[in-house]
Design a protein around this ligand. Structure first.
Ligand SMILES: [Zn+2]
Length: 151
């Protein structure tokens, strides 16, 4: 079976982001996802964003067409990195956010994790839940629990 990967080229993504707000990008991405699904008969919810060297870097997931929140995971580690709200994606902020995404791509491909408490990128971290990670300073064994397997 051929499993399609919805890959978003680095340059292409940046050009789209210059011209469109996040809700429009999400709508277009969703449109593309449906077309790929029809053509391949395979359901795929995630996009992969490449870094500037064309290597897969971030798994992107839009929460919904209307909401438009963009959540990111590291392709390399599978760990959750963070999310962008559509209202943060206004034109004044866009360049800054795109630089942030560039940074996330590079750090993720270095195998680093972004602490979900303090936001620092670290090499040493503790995993919790399914895809969460925290730095060693923020780690709290009472709060950062492994995935609940009780059912
Ligand atoms: Zn931390």
């Amino acid at each position: 079976m051929i499993i399609p990967i919805l890959s978003y080229g680095h340059t292409h993504f940046k050009l789209d982001c210059r011209d469109m707000n996040l809700v429009a990008i999400v709508a277009e991405a969703e449109n593309l996802r449906k077309k790929v699904m029809e053509a391949t008969n395979y359901s795929r919810e995630n996009f992969v964003l490449e870094d500037s060297n064309g290597r897969p870097a971030l798994t992107l997931l839009w929460s919904s067409e209307k909401d438009g929140t963009l959540s990111c995971w590291s392709v390399r580690t599978g760990l959750y990195i963070g999310a962008f709200k559509p209202e943060a994606w206004d034109e004044d902020n866009r360049d800054k956010l795109l630089n942030t995404l560039d940074e996330w791509c590079d750090k993720a491909n270095q195998g680093m994790a972004r602490c979900s408490e303090c936001g620092q990128w670290v090499n040493a971290y503790k995993k919790y839940s399914y895809t969460g990670s925290v730095c060693l300073k923020c780690y709290n064994p009472k709060k950062h629990l492994p995935p609940d397997s009780s059912g």
